[in-house]
Design a protein around this ligand. Structure first.
Ligand code: AMP
Ligand code: MN
Ligand code: MN
Ligand code: MN
Length: 286
């Protein structure tokens, strides 16, 4: 079995449409795929629809409903994956609709700041390029800044304007960590701390976060996120063990351009870990 439990589509900031992602996953030999778009299940629903319509071509792939929710711990922004959630759960649906509203407001505020900083026309450019149903994120804004020649790469757009503490950064209160974990649990899913190595925390902070995460009902940690150093995997696996957490692995695939986020191309989780999918009876996989 080849698992990839963290991927994005055009429903958020991924470059492939859900059906394209499925086809690539099949070509890569992925057998269990979770679509985890930012704050939306729309990519999952659309993929599910495509699979149902193309049953004959799909003999291998199991699709897991998932979502990556933006939240914060103190002042640190963090991402929590909800894996194998019931995508129709009312509490989760409501939480995501709040998140979507916050995303739209945040984007407006960022683009207004850019305008004040002397970069007009970004909002219009973004609007013309992304579907109204797409969850807007900073990568869309970065792409427009590049297209309008205000910067020469998305990376620079983050470095100069959009990144934390930069001139066009805006702070927003996402749903609380408590509410996010509660909604994922209410939907029968597993709340997994996404890409813990990305938060640039000291290890004591990381432990404090995990303590709170577990206290609030979080049950998993992503020990493998894309291509990473074996040492990082080992450290995270030990943390999982210490906090009695299930472990997950995902590429965080957004587009074929990022080679360190290659779909389905992951190292195996250490043997002493308990995989998040161990309790997923095939009947449970929706
Ligand atoms: P947002 O969801 O709007 O907070 O944007 C976060 C997303 O931006 C992440 O999921 C990444 O896909 C992308 N991202 C974060 N940092 C960078 C960066 N330095 N350069 C390019 N993309 C980034
Ligand atoms: Mn993203
Ligand atoms: Mn993330
Ligand atoms: Mn992600």
């Amino acid at each position: 079995m080849t698992f990839d439990l963290h991927t994005h589509t055009t429903a958020s900031d991924g470059s492939l449409a859900p059906a394209e992602l499925l086809q690539l996953a099949q070509a890569r030999g992925v057998t269990v795929l979770a679509i985890t778009d930012h704050d939306t299940l729309a990519g999952y629903f659309s993929a599910q629809h495509w699979l149902a319509a193309n049953e004959a071509e799909n003999n291998e792939l199991t699709l897991i409903p998932g979502v990556e929710v933006s939240t914060q711990w103190g002042r640190q922004g963090i991402h929590v994956l909800g894996l194998n959630v019931n995508p129709h759960n009312a509490q989760l649906t409501e939480l995501l609709s709040t998140q979507q509203q916050l995303r739209a407001e945040r984007a407006d505020r960022i683009m207004r700041k850019l305008e004040k900083l002397g970069m007009p026309g970004v909002a219009q450019h973004v609007k013309e390029r992304i579907d109204a149903a797409t969850q807007i994120g900073r990568p869309h804004i970065a792409a427009s800044l590049v297209a309008l020649q205000f910067v020469d790469s998305a990376e620079k757009a983050f470095k100069k304007y959009l990144g934390n503490g930069k001139p066009a950064d805006v702070s927003i209160d996402w749903s609380t960590l408590e509410a996010v974990i509660a909604a994922i649990n209410a939907a029968g899913g597993v709340a997994v701390l996404a890409h813990p190595a990305k938060y640039k925390m000291t290890s004591s902070k990381q432990r404090a976060l995990l303590k709170d995460f577990v206290r609030l009902g979080g049950r998993g940690i992503e020990v493998i996120s894309g291509a990473q150093m074996p040492d990082t995997t080992k450290k995270l696996a030990r943390l999982a063990q210490k906090f009695d957490l299930l472990v997950s692995c995902g590429s965080d695939f957004h587009s074929a351009d990022a080679r360190w986020q290659s779909l389905g191309n992951l190292s195996t989780i250490p043997e002493f870990c308990n995989a998040v999918w161990q309790d997923w009876a095939s009947a449970q996989i929706r």
